[in-house]
Design a binder for this molecule. Sequence first.
Ligand code: NAP
Length: 651
Amino acid sequence: MNNDINEQLGRAAADPVALRKNVAGAHIVPLLMSYVHLTGDKSYLDKVRPYVHGGWDYQQDIPQELQAQIRSGLVEAIEGLAERGGVVHQDPPTAELKAMMNAACGAEVPDMYVPIFFEETCFGGRDYRAVSWRKEVPARRKQEFEVVIAGAGFSGLVMGVRLKQAGIPFTIIEKNANLGGTWYENSYPGIGVDTPCHFYSFSLMPNPDWPEFFSKGAEIQAYLERIADEFGLREHIRFNEEIVSAEYREDSCSWAVHCRKADGAEELLEARAFVSAVGALNRPAIPRFPGLESFEGPMFHTARWDHSVDLKGKKVVMIGTGATGIQVGPAIVDEVGSLTIVQRSKHWIIKHPMYHEQVPEAVTWATRNIPYYLDWFRFGLFWAASDGFYDTLKIDPAWSDPQHSLNAENASMREELIAYAKSEVGERTDLLGKTIPDYPPFGKRMLRDNNWYRMLCRPEVELINAGVERIEPDGVVVDGRKIEADVIVLATGFEAHRMLGPMEIRGRSGVTLRERWGDDNPRAHLGITVPDFPNFFVLYGPNTNLAHGGSAFFHSECQVRYVCEALREMLENDWDELEVRREPYEAYNAKVDEEHRHLVWSHPGVTSWYKNKAGRVILNSPWRLAVYRQYTADINLAEYHCRRIPLSEAG
Ligand code: NAP
């Protein structure tokens, strides 16, 4: 939640030197928005509008003179207001807010982003995503309504926060010794987030202190641990325990959840609702290369990095060049003797000018002390990093070069990406043929350049475009050629298709989720609920992965709100069972498939972990973030069977 604005004002005005210095160094657009809120003076909005081209600071070229006026106006406003005893927060009328949003993003921001602004920033200190009670629910009923959550990654934590707020008892079962999910499990060198951190965070607990715009894994893990501490979640988490199976008991409308502890002891928990928050990227995919077992040196998956292995001077072979591989390679290249990278298919790589930048002290100071600064900084990043690229993903059926691009915008992006690659590889033009994909940009996950091209240019690095033939005791055979290896790093991704595996989840009449979904065809209503599985909810479920931009936190928060609304309906209406009807579930999934037919991830030239064996896109959301938010903002009870079991049945 944002700080109390008068406390911020007091702190900002307390040290005039620091105020001037930091206002001089902070980003101009959030400063301007702070100025508008504090003074009501909107005259600068039209003046800056032609110079703002996006939500990041590097996307503005506001003349220095104009910037200086805004900065000194803000200093004056802060000092004046602090002297007069502060200010009372008021939400601007929608039209004014829209004018501010348009000026801040340098675009006509559609109306559907207005509620997102309020929710993402907890504007004015209000928690818009909290689901509050509309009528009294007896305490005993709430106490009996135990919820079990699988997984203490960020989705599980957000779910826990919201249940705690609502006074609903819950237990989180976590297979690891600590919380954090993927951020706990992945500790490979170079791990970091490629989404801007000031937006990749829980709306209820923004973090003004991110050290980098794209921070490293340890920072994110520490942040998740702070969420757990701040909201008192640890006492609800059972570590080193795994959910083996869960079955729905129709007679009591409850879930029997079977857990296994690290020592093998088993325990049965009973829950009125069961929430899966295990995510999709938690089971490493280890390809069955012939001879895999015969390798005599250290070999490990990136999500199980063996930190006891010293890579110094070693011949390292890394297999895989996805979002993980691109972070690992440049992080180990200085240490290794040689690095051979085996790439089965090529990936598009985009530059972000601030990818390696530290957050300047002035920006951190401003996010802490200047009222509204962090709100607008966050919203600008939301805009810049979410739906902005969406139009480039759409297949134009009349497009003349459908193999390489999808539409005019996508084609121009392709040209830009190629130009960037050329500028990075310089004389090593041989690398262009090895790295530029044939398929359109965004077909696979767009990778952020982490000095990858520059690393490829180094003499001790070789990139081989081929599949792996086999592994031998001392190396890897690729394309008929033996590559000697002391260490093999498997950057080969995750078993994302077998969603929710290996838990066995048994719904009504004993049907299992695996029977419904097969090995690789998961489907759910809004990615969250499944017919025949009452009182069961999936977070980060089918077709909810964000592949064009955005923050997984945002989607999680949308889903958690939806689940909380469902639970609220059950408790307020005294229902024992809530189950999605088949028709809306089928209709939603048909809509998802239809939408995907027109988007890049269905492109026939692309293989990716987003698709199943049959070519259906099962992981990605086809929607703009703002559209998915609309779909999930209010549960539609007409889409659900809701049932109260008569006392006689309940026994
Ligand atoms: P990935 O994107 O699935 O990449 C796996 C790599 O291994 C690909 O290059 C793949 O080749 C290759 N590979 C897999 N099986 C192979 C085989 N049998 N033989 C040869 N090569 C094989 O996995 P990831 O890089 O771990 O990333 C997974 C997801 O995690 C990302 O898409 C992203 O959502 C998330 N992630 C996020 C960040 C972040 O900064 N936010 C960082 C890391 C990961 P093909 O391309 O040919 O399949």
